[in-house]
Every structure is written in structure tokens, then in C-alpha cells.
Design a binder for this molecule. Structure first.
Ligand code: ASP
Ligand code: MG
Length: 423
């Protein structure tokens, strides 16, 4: 008997029919002798619907009071899901009880709309499990030290599930979703993309932070920190498939690198259309200038990604960086009206129509020429690289958004990831 956490995404919870299927699948695991904690998302589209309603009524600029209400509203999606799933499990003849994050409780900080989990008290959950019940806990939400409902950011149910698995030292956390695992890249862009049977935790972390939407990045961070065995698998297989087959399906996120030694140098291609570029032209090239430009951006709580500073000409230099597209207008405004006058910059330019394409692989540590293959491939397609950034296991380029799909396809092929190439 093992303690297992199942997480079901919005599509898997998308209708009462699908919820019934989830209940049947969970029941199969319980009948096989396991203890189950289930963390579902809101029914698909529900969080968007709720936030859409909120937007109709909220002021242009959201202050902390409004953010608090957004969380109170958005958290109801998961509240409905857990109750429905508990009913469906009871109808299957199982004992089941649902809890909101505040009832467990899942304690978070007070950063509304992007709260971080601080601690989880598993006393109540353990008592229910011991009494033979399936425990269903809302994804996405928690409670702050003052008793306000918080949410963990979009896609946060993954993080709830992994955090619960970590707190309870679960044997495994199974993330059931509408894809059957982690792919070398998005199969909607490259039909030849292949499912990876394993991916190292570090690669998964890069893939998630570089734009792969399969798992919320914080959930991967959590899994790494507490070494939670994590598997991504499909909720669209028939619920009654053999449990051993199911337990081995999908993609396992591993902490062992040895198994992967013989595999491809590059494991995946990630891409991200959510960024925008800002360039500050003609700033005096003197100590402290990077801080003068980026300090105010950080103070405004805006995350910065790729940064480039050029060599200087006549004592002046150009400085470019990227931010999330949602922060683009705010950053441009800040730079134009505050930073430029203070630094004596000649001009501030912005370009929201960029994207970032990255190659990821732990094999890059021990191989040379990987980045140059990437650059050659892009040049053969006539794609201009605007910015480059690297780490031990990834190389990212910023390019014109309109070449994104072309770049991803060409790189997928160049690194031998197309199905035919490695079959
Ligand atoms: N329901 C939330 C969202 O749509 C959380 C989740 O599904 O993970 O972002
Ligand atoms: Mg998700």
C-alpha cells in the first residue's frame, strides 16, 4: 500500500461525465490498495470565466484590495471541483471528503494572485486517510496568515499537488492531464515531436521556465527541493486500463542522470511568445548604469529575463532586456518617463513582437558546438538572432515572433529529435 497523490487538470474535470471518469480511475487505485489524495483544478474554462467577470467590474489599476477579491473569486472554481469529485467518488461507493485550501490548511504568504506555499498541515488529511477515505483538496488556493484566501498563480494546481505530495511524503505524484507526457517540443507545432519516457528534473525546470506549458514552474521547483517523484500522464486513457501499465505511462521526471547519458545532447526545444524587448539607447557607459536602469524595474516588481549590454562607442552604450508582455507597457512607461531622464539616455525603444526559442539538454554540459549548431540552423533559415542567453544546460535566442514556428521546426530536426530520426 502506498500513499499516492493524483492531480487532475481542468480538461480532465471539464464535465460531470469526465468527473465520473476521474472518480472511476481514482476508485481503481483505491481498490488496488492505495491511499489517495486527489488535487483537481477548476473545470476547464472556469477560471477564465471567473476572472473575466471580475475584470468587467474592476478598476483599471488593481490595488491590493482588488487583488484580494480576485483570489476570493478565482478560488471558487476549485471549490466546485472538489465537491463534485467527492460526490462522484461517494457514488462509486467510496468514502470521500473534500477540503478547500483553508480547511487543510495550506498556509501561504499574502502575495495575492501569486502566493507561495509556506506550510501544509497534514493532520486532518492523515486522519481521513486512516479512516479509509479519499481526500480531495482544492488545487490553486491557500490561506494567508490573516485568514484571507489566496491563489498560487495560473496553473497553480500543479504546485498544490506537488506540495501536498511533499508534505505527506507521498510515494509518487501523478499529474493527469490532456497530453500523455512531456514532449521534445509542442506537437501542435512539430507533429514529429516525441514523448520522452523520462526527463531529468533540471531539464524539466528549464523547459517549464522557458515556456513549456505542461507543468507550472513552481511545481517543478517544489518537486526538486523535496525530491518528489513526479509523473505526467494522460487522463484520456480508458479509466479501466491496467493499473501497472498506467503507473508506467507518461513521462517520469527523474533525479538520476545516469540513465540519460546515452541520449540525445538536446532533449527538447522550448519557446515562449510572452516576452517583449526594451532597448535603452545611448546611455553613458559608466559604473552603476545597469543598476540605474534595472533597479527601478525591479523595484516595480517586474521580472527581467534576457539582458544585453553592448560595447560602448564614444562613452555611450545600448542596453536591452526582455520582460513579460503583460509588463511591457508599464516598463516602457517607467523607462521613458523616469529612467531615461535620470540616466541621460538618448532614446528608449520597445518591441513586443519577439519570441524566445531555447534548446535544453543536460548533454550540453559535456558537448561542444551545440550552440553553434543552433546558430547555423537559424542562419540557414535566414532568421536573425536579436539576443542570446545561455546556461549550463540551455541556449536561448530572442528572434522576431513571426519566425517562431520555423525556428522550432528547424531546430527540432537539426538536433535529431524528429521521430523518424531517432526511431
Ligand atoms: N484553475 C487554475 C487556472 O486555470 C489553476 C489550475 O488549473 O492549475 O489557472
Ligand atoms: Mg495546468
Amino acid at each position: 500500500m502506498a500513499l499516492i497523490v493524483h492531480k487532475y487538470g481542468g480538461t480532465s474535470m471539464g464535465s460531470t461525465e469526465r468527473i465520473r471518469n476521474v472518480a472511476k480511475r481514482v476508485a481503481k487505485w483505491v481498490r488496488a490498495g492505495h491511499q489517495l489524495v486527489v488535487v483537481p483544478s477548476a473545470m476547464s474554462g472556469e477560471t477564465n470565466r471567473l476572472l473575466g467577470l471580475a475584470k468587467e467590474l474592476s478598476p483599471e489599476k488593481l490595488g491590493p484590495d482588488a487583488l484580494r477579491e480576485l483570489d476570493a473569486i478565482a478560488a471558487t472554481g476549485e471549490q466546485v471541483s472538489v465537491g463534485l469529485l467527492a460526490l462522484a467518488l461517494q457514488a462509486e461507493g467510496l468514502g470521500a471528503v473534500s477540503y478547500g485550501g483553508w480547511q487543510v490548511p495550506i498556509q501561504t504568504d499574502s502575495a495575492f494572485t501569486k502566493a507561495r506555499i509556506a506550510s501544509i498541515d497534514d493532520t486532518r488529511v492523515r486522519a481521513d486517510l486512516a479512516a479509509g477515505k479519499v481526500v480531495i483538496i482544492t488545487g490553486f488556493q491557500g490561506i494567508d496568515p490573516d485568514g484571507h484566501v489566496t491563489t498560487l498563480g495560473r496553473g497553480g494546481s500543479d504546485t498544490s499537488a506537488v506540495a501536498v505530495a511533499a508534505a505527506m511524503k507521498a510515494h509518487e505524484c501523478l499529474i493527469y492531464t490532456d497530453v500523455d507526457g512531456v514532449y521534445t517540443t509542442d506537437p501542435r507545432i512539430v507533429p514529429e515531436a516525441q514523448r520522452l519516457s523520462t526527463i531529468s528534473f533540471e531539464e524539466m525546470l528549464e523547459m517549464a521556465s522557458l515556456g513549456s506549458k505542461v507543468l507550472q514552474i513552481r511545481s517543478v521547483e517544489f518537486a526538486g527541493k523535496y525530491r518528489v517523484p513526479l509523473r505526467v500522464l494522460s487522463s484520456f486513457t480508458p479509466w479501466d486500463i491496467d493499473i501497472i501499465e498506467e503507473a508506467r505511462s507518461g513521462t517520469l521526471i527523474t533525479f538520476e542522470e545516469d540513465e540519460k547519458m546515452e541520449q540525445a545532447v538536446v532533449s527538447g526545444i522550448a519557446f515562449n511568445r510572452d516576452e517583449a524587448k526594451i532597448t535603452v539607447m545611448g546611455v553613458p557607459d559608466k559604473p552603476g548604469i545597469a543598476y540605474q536602469i534595472l533597479g527601478p524595474v525591479a523595484d516595480a516588481n517586474i521580472d527581467i529575463d534576457v539582458i544585453i549590454q553592448n560595447v560602448s562607442h564614444d562613452g555611450k552604450t545600448d542596453f536591452s532586456f526582455t520582460v513579460h508582455r503583460n509588463d511591457y507597457a508599464k516598463t516602457l512607461d517607467l523607462l521613458t518617463n523616469t529612467v531615461a531622464p535620470a540616466t541621460g539616455a538618448l532614446q528608449v525603444l520597445g518591441d513586443p513582437k519577439i519570441c524566445k526559442v531555447s534548446i535544453v539538454g543536460i548533454g550540453m554540459r559535456s558537448h561542444v558546438g551545440v550552440a553553434s549548431t543552433m546558430f547555423r540552423t537559424l542562419s540557414e533559415e535566414g532568421i536573425n538572432i536579436q539576443m542570446i542567453s545561455t546556461s549550463e544546460i540551455k541556449t536561448s535566442v530572442v528572434i522576431d515572433e513571426k519566425y517562431m514556428e520555423l525556428a522550432v521546426r528547424a531546430l527540432h530536426k537539426a538536433f535529431g529529435l524528429d521521430a523518424a530520426a531517432t526511431a
